[in-house]
Design a protein around this ligand. Structure first.
Ligand SMILES: O=CC(=O)O
Length: 326
């Protein structure tokens, strides 16, 4: 299986040479393992835990605190920062490595839903493709649309550019609206895009795409109140975290025809059980959280000599494979 519980990455080496020990919770590609091995040799005294985003890091796993926990993810909502701080454990994560891949997936989700791509592929296979029908499979295009972006940077709040809007601009989007915890005038000016209240974004957008990080403020922010204000031609997409959306409310919005379609890369829970009612909708495209399935995350991590002491904000590899948050 792919799952290697507590594969003791360097136990033998560590015991014989007093090297730091690191537990890598999943099979990672050899390039990554090489980087880690090299890194650990240089950083004396660090005990490490290397995890992925599907594994929670909370009090339970921190009863024998490591001095560094790293997660191979851009989001760190699965990590209890409070518990880490309590035990003085540092946190590494991987911002930036997904920015372009995530923006591309956002475009893919929007195109797949607006062009009803998956449904059309199925129809072609099951002889739904009869004589030409002018109104069959008609979708709503991105050209001339108003695009609402929930979370302008991405799920990493340090992100200072908005790859999603940049990737969508060439499709002829007429107007960009965004909401964020606060206005981002510098990023917004580059598009340009307008900071609006959530209600206005819901009312005016032809597409809404969720890119924000999961936080107490964004939890379930996409709920019945938001869906009820959307036009029945609006397409909703989410590639940030499932919990940003109230999934029952989304189900109702689709079931009642209150919104036109949904494209989702993230769900609650993950994996979503195959008998989940959302799978029944033809106008709901569900992907198995593949935003992070990109070689850029795996091979970008060119190694650079790390400093001997790790502190906040220090970048340990050229392409930010590990970045110390605190
Ligand atoms: O969702 C993907 C990530 O946080 O890396």
């Amino acid at each position: 299986s792919e799952f290697y519980t507590c594969c003791n990455f360097q136990a033998a080496e560590a015991a014989s040479q007093q090297l730091p020990r690191t537990y890598v919770m999943r099979r990672i590609p050899p390039e990554g393992a090489k980087i880690l091995r090299h890194l650990l040799k240089k950083v004396a005294g660090i005990q490490g835990l290397y995890r992925l985003l599907s594994e929670r890091i909370d009090a339970d796993v921190l009863d024998a605190p490591e001095s560094t926990v790293s997660t191979m993810s851009v989001g760190y909502d699965h990590v209890s920062l409070e518990e880490l701080k309590k035990t003085g454990t540092r946190l590494g994560y991987t911002p930036e490595v997904l920015t372009e891949a995530a923006a591309e997936l956002t475009v893919a989700l929007l195109l797949a839903t607006s062009c009803q791509l998956l449904e059309a592929v199925d129809e072609a296979k099951v002889s739904g493709w009869g004589s030409w029908k002018p109104l069959w499979m008609c979708g709503y295009g991105l050209t001339d649309s108003t695009m609402g972006i929930l979370g302008l940077g991405c799920i990493d709040e340090l992100q200072q550019r908005t790859a999603v809007a940049m990737h969508l601009k060439p499709f002829g989007v007429r107007k960009f609206l965004y909401i964020n915890t606060a206005p981002q005038p510098k990023m917004a000016a580059a598009i340009p895009t307008e900071f609006v209240p959530l209600e206005e974004m819901a009312r005016c957008s032809d597409f809404i795409t969720v890119c924000c990080m999961l936080s107490p403020g964004s939890q379930s922010i996409c709920n019945s109140s938001m869906f009820s204000q959307m036009k029945d031609t609006t397409i909703f997409s989410n590639r940030s975290r499932g919990s940003v959306v109230n999934q029952d409310d989304l189900y109702q919005a689709l079931a009642s025809g209150h919104i036109a379609a949904a494209g989702l890369d993230v769900m609650v829970p993950e994996p979503l059980p195959t008998d989940h009612p959302l799978f029944k909708f033809k106008n709901c495209v569900i992907l198995p959280h593949i935003t992070n399935a990109t070689w850029s995350r795996v091979v970008k991590g060119c190694y650079r000599d790390p400093p001997t002491a790790l502190c906040k904000g220090e970048i340990l590899t050229e392409n930010l494979i590990i970045y110390i948050l605190f």
